[in-house]
Design a protein around this ligand. Structure first.
Ligand SMILES: *Cc1c(COP(=O)(O)O)cnc(C)c1O
Length: 456
């Protein structure tokens, strides 16, 4: 770690000695040294060595309104002065929780008017399991407990969140999944579709849900959970045939549909929620990340009027909640963030202007010799690294093409994430056209550098 300032080295040493990072090989990182991010503004993050990097991932898909939004910062600060903490248990509320609930009802699909607060996306999905089981019990169907999800889905990192998710490496650690959760295949055409046309493939993958319901029995299945676009799995966008069929199946067999909108929510697809992009009406929505643009941790589960009625009709307590459910400062951040989104009409901007521009520019990368496919919707996109386009072959696993590309991106001033050999971006929604041009130009340069590195 030569050449780094003393201050950077000191932080790296403290970090290596005392900090266990999430989703990290901590031994390897300790030897390499962490990148120390010290401040951020707009779409850029700065490290302790003064490097300026375009944040193509909006932090972890969350800083939708960009860094340094004074209105959000002020709202948090004011709230901390007035009421830094109070809980929502035992018949209490506070103004920010009440006001945010009404504001969310305003931006949510029309049939959803109630929310339950959590501190994160994982907590939302834990909540969702308990809530749908409680709902079905309230309907006199206590055996409807099985949750169906998809392989390679991401629904968080708690025991239940990771169980709902379909990440094999996560299941391998800690004895997951927990009981009554099962998985069907994902609608990932590029990787798993072979020579099938995308629409046939999409239908087949959707019908796995039907097969699973028939296999288990309708009276056992509580809900199907899915991300409108699989984020952490590699920005996987289902063929058009998929969602209509999923909707038909959920309706026909009386299975609740849970849309995990932790990434797709709050404008990422050019709609407030990703389910609206696809025209599907969920029974429950999990949201977090973009709800506060990441300024403070907050999650919320929204329920349809039908589910709300079921939960309320029987009376009695739902024995569930978190100390930080609807933390006042986090609610204040969310209110300020959502109002800012409304004032700037950012969702329309993503749908009609900056989203199409990003997608058009991103698609130009498809002609690159090591790019097998580009895809995207709104402000989220992916490209697939390949060694050969025709016939299509991937790079050998040991070459770690995705990681090589990621390193080049960072060296060139762009944060782009690698999921295996899929490169993904989800920049802040406030990104300008000039910044999009810079993002795509840096991505192209990094692809050139990757190609050169891998040929050695
Ligand atoms: C990030 C994410 C989660 C988990 O949210 P946390 O706040 O990290 O617990 C759940 N679902 C999806 C789709 C996510 O992207």
């Amino acid at each position: 770690m030569t050449g780094l300032t003393e201050q950077t080295q000191s932080w790296q040493q403290l970090d290596a000695a005392h900090h266990l990072h999430p989703f990290t090989d901590n031994q390897a990182l300790g030897q390499k040294g962490s990148r120390v991010v010290t401040h951020a503004e707009g779409v850029y993050v700065y490290d302790s060595e003064g490097h300026k990097t375009l944040d193509g991932m909006a932090g972890l898909w969350c800083v939708n309104m960009g860094y340094g939004q004074q209105a959000v910062i002020d709202a948090i600060t004011e709230q901390l002065k007035v009421l830094p903490y109070y809980n929502l248990f035992f018949q209490s509320t506070h103004p920010t929780a009440a006001e945010l609930s009404a504001l969310l009802a305003q931006v949510l699909p029309a049939h959803m008017n109630r929310v339950f607060y959590t501190g994160s996306g994982s907590e939302c999905n834990d909540t969702v399991i308990r809530m749908v089981r409680h709902y079905w019990a309230s309907q006199g169907k206590p055996d409807k407990t099985v949750m169906i999800s998809r392989h390679n889905a991401y629904h968080g990192s708690t025991m239940a969140g990771a169980s709902l998710g379909g990440m094999k490496p996560m299941h391998q650690q800690g004895g997951l999944p927990i009981p009554d959760i099962c998985h069907i295949d994902q609608p990932y055409h590029f990787e798993e579709g072979g020579n099938q046309d995308p629409e046939t493939f999409g239908l087949e993958r959707a019908r796995q849900l039907e097969q699973k319901i028939l296999e288990l029995g309708e009276d056992r299945v509580a809900a199907f959970i899915a991300e409108p676009i699989q984020g952490a799995g590699g920005v996987i966008i289902a063929p058009d045939s998929y969602w209509k069929e999923i909707k038909r199946i959920c309706d026909q067999y009386h299975i609740l549909f849970i849309s995990d909108e932790v990434i797709c929510g709050f404008g990422r697809t050019g709609h407030w929620f990703g389910c609206q992009y696809y025209g599907i009406e969920p029974d429950l929505i999990s949201m977090a990340k973009g709800i506060t643009s990441g300024y403070l941790p907050l999650g919320a589960v929204a329920v349809s009027d039908r589910v709300a009625q079921g939960l309320l009709s029987q009376g009695g307590e739902f024995n569930h909640g978190f100390t930080y459910s609807g933390h006042p400062a986090a609610c204040a951040a969310a209110i300020a963030n959502i109002k800012l989104m409304q004032e700037q009409d950012i969702v329309t901007r993503v749908r009609d202007e900056i989203g199409p521009y990003l997608q058009q520019q991103w698609a130009t990368l498809a002609d690159h010799p090591i790019v097998g496919e580009t895809r995207g919707i709104g402000m989220v996109a992916a490209l697939e690294l390949v060694e050969n386009k025709v016939p299509r072959t991937r790079f050998h696993k040991d070459k770690e093409a995705g990681m090589v590309c990621r390193e080049h991106c960072i060296a060139n001033g762009l944060i782009m994430r690698a999921v295996g050999d899929t490169m993904i971006i989800a920049p802040p929604l406030i990104i300008t056209r000039t910044e999009v041009d810079q993002l795509v130009a840096t991505a192209r340069k990094s692809l050139d550098d990757t190609w050169r590195s891998l040929q050695r």
